[in-house]
Ligand binder design. Structure first.
Ligand code: COA
Ligand code: MG
Length: 291
């Protein structure tokens, strides 16, 4: 199994690679993964500094958390190719491609990794943050069915989506929701991890907790974060609740009863439960065990 398969991705914290104080904390924070950013969180004048910091940080292995994803600049920019070359040489668990428009963008990055004999444990992740990516989402996610593509997950880029489409971002995200749901659907079709976009108002942890709860209900595996204070609420919201675990256990135990052997459908507390619910319950228990 790869480092990515079966892992929790409840809380995935962005850190600008230009911020050494943030990088120094990475290994001690309780997030499931970090995204070290070379792209939009780094000012144009700090790009070289950011690359140097990233390299230093990787060489000090103890400072590195278990799952590190590096976000490079888009391959269509003059920074992209060198970023990709540096990132792959560090052999992180993931490389996150911004501004993906088409499946070709992912295939090209994958080819570059293969040419340099990058270990297959380095996966690719795609930002979904352009109108074109939204329209090509099915074809992009389909790459997840081919392990050779390395595609492991989709990350909603809600700030860029709002900028490029002109939708108004309201506290309830009503105009973004159809696209977010589409990202979850595509991720499931492709067997990919689905991460929700960031919440910019990082001091309002009550609102953040509500947004996480909603994202979990929408089917996201986790949320991308911008501040360490957001880790705990995200971990909580994306871990199965005690009630959900108890219900899953009841389903597993009831199907295991001798009188239910070989039955496709049973009755539990006045509710129909099918074998598909058993599979769902087993997945939830596995997720709870990991969390
Ligand atoms: N990762 C790790 N540590 C972080 C962090 C992050 N994303 N954001 C803040 N911290 C650290 C700070 O370094 C600070 O530590 P220090 O006291 O040792 O210096 C501590 O947490 C408290 O920070 P705080 O003062 O509350 O926040 P700030 O005003 O310094 O920074 C932001 C606020 C939003 C600028 C900052 O959190 C940030 O840069 N976030 C990431 C942005 C990003 O990557 N965006 C790209 C994707 S959308
Ligand atoms: Mg973006």
């Amino acid at each position: 199994m790869s480092m990515t398969a079966g892992r929790p991705f409840r809380s995935v914290l962005y850190m600008p690679a230009s911020n050494t104080r943030a990088l120094a904390k990475a290994a001690t924070l309780g997030c499931d993964a970090v995204i070290v950013d070379l792209e939009d969180a780094v000012a144009p004048g700090d790009k070289d500094l950011a690359r140097r910091n990233l390299k230093d940080w990787f060489s000090a292995r103890d400072a590195k958390p278990a799952v590190t994803i590096i976000r490079i600049n888009a391959l269509s920019t003059e920074l992209g190719a060198d970023d990709l070359s540096l990132a792959r040489s560090l052999e992180p668990e993931g490389i996150l491609l911004p501004k993906v428009d088409t499946p070709r963008d992912i295939l090209e990055a994958g080819d570059a990794l293969d040419e340099e004999a990058t270990p297959e444990t380095t996966k690719l992740w795609a930002m979904v943050e352009t109108p074109k990516a939204m329209l090509n989402l099915g074809a992009i996610a389909e790459l997840g069915r081919d392990p050779a593509s390395r595609l492991a997950g989709l990350v909603a880029g809600t700030n860029d989506l709002a900028k490029d489409t002109g939708v108004l971002v309201t506290p309830d995200r009503r105009y973004l929701l159809p696209w977010l749901m589409q990202i979850v659907l595509a991720a499931r079709a492709g067997g990919l991890v689905a991460l929700d976009g960031v919440m910019n108002e990082f001091r309002d942890l009550d609102a953040f907790g509500r947004e996480c709860t909603e994202a979990a209900a929408m089917g996201f595996d986790g949320k991308t974060l911008i501040h360490p204070a957001q880790i705990e609420p995200a971990n909580k919201a994306f871990s199965p609740s005690d009630a959900a675990v108890a219900e899953a256990q009841a389903i597993v135990e009831t199907f295991a009863l001798p009188e239910n052997a070989g039955k496709g459908v049973i009755s539990l507390d006045g509710r129909m439960v099918e074998r598909l619910h058993l599979a769902q319950a087993e997945r939830l228990l596995a997720r709870a065990g990991r969390a």
